[in-house]
Design a protein around this ligand. Structure first.
Ligand SMILES: [Zn+2]
Length: 308
């Protein structure tokens, strides 16, 4: 459901736990009064809109599963919705199993126990050789939900990395090529990386101090070194929005950028912007190295003041 919402560019806010809520995006929704009528359970992959006119326009159904959602959005039959999902959208970029759907009675809707996702990430390999060669152990890969995509679509044959917004809502997958194929990283067309910080929702839950790195793999390595309060810029520049996200959630920021020219230039400039708002520290990464090339102990020595 989160992937389908992301696919349509729909933003809901997190009510609590697995519940999202917001304005109903369905074409059947005509009521102007019910602004918060649309609710999603991301665990059951179910949705519902409680507006009476919206329910009536959809033949009396309160909600349903992902296929029902796509069918309602597109104004098509369930079978066509399944085919659309197979057709090279973000959702299907990581789709794995052939899309199958069950009889109406078996398709769990809202509050009925839910139905299995027809495109669950079943063919994501968390222990692919590319990951082990880069020092990412399967446990860490599972924690971040990333792995080699054995499925079809534009992300096929890439390491897919789920990216969440500040509320923990899945907004995109990045696809890293495992050979020399360009682009090295593929992002969905509508995704703007300047609006999010990779791993922010987990880092914010870990405490009030955060380590800021450039890349996904730097982030994984710092996490693996026992420092879960880490986010990645997905580059070496800090956007205004990213600056806000950092300053709203953290009291202490440790900048741990790459030890190349770009990182050494960006570091002090970013520190200067942050220093009046949060306690800021700039780490001198060994020349020519980046965090994901360092050992766990070396990372702890650099990042934890007083650690030997
Ligand atoms: Zn509605």
């Amino acid at each position: 459901m989160e992937m389908a919402l992301a696919n349509y560019g729909i933003h809901l806010h997190r009510l609590y736990d697995a519940y999202l809520r917001g304005r109903c995006p369905l074409p059947s929704h005509t009521s102007k009064g019910s602004r918060e009528s649309f609710i999603v359970n991301t665990r059951k992959n179910a949705w519902a809109c409680h507006s009476a006119s919206c329910v009536a326009a959809r033949g009396g159904r309160l909600g349903g599963n992902v296929l029902d959602f796509v069918a309602a959005m597109e104004g098509c039959a369930i079978r066509e919705a399944a085919l659309k999902l197979q057709d090279g959208h973000l959702v299907t970029a990581i789709a794995s199993e052939p899309v199958t759907y069950q009889h109406e009675a078996d398709r769990g809707g809202w509050g009925t126990g839910g139905a299995p996702l027809p495109f669950a990430l079943r063919r994501i390999d968390c222990s692919h050789a590319y990951l082990t060669e880069r020092g990412v152990n399967p446990e860490v890969a599972r924690h971040f939900g990333l792995g080699y995509n054995r499925g079809k679509g534009s992300m096929a044959g890439r390491i897919v990395i789920p990216i969440h917004d500040e509320n923990g809502l899945l907004v995109a997958y990045a696809g890293r090529s495992i050979d020399q194929t360009e682009p090295r990283y593929r992002f969905p067309a509508r995704f703007r990386k300047s609006l999010v910080l990779f791993n922010l929702h987990r880092a914010a839950a870990a405490g009030k101090s955060v380590i800021v790195v450039e890349g996904f793999f730097d982030c994984l390595r710092v996490h693996e070194a026992g420092l879960p309060g880490v986010v990645a810029l997905m580059g070496c520049s800090l956007s205004i929005r990213q600056e806000e996200l950092l300053c709203e959630r953290f009291q202490e920021v440790t900048l741990f950028l790459d030890g190349d020219n770009a990182g050494r230039t960006a570091g002090p400039a970013i520190a200067q912007r942050l220093v009046s708002k949060v306690s800021t520290r700039l780490i001198e990464t060994p020349a020519g190295r980046q965090p994901d090339q360092l050992g766990a102990d070396q990372i702890r020595c650099l990042c934890i003041p007083g650690y030997f």
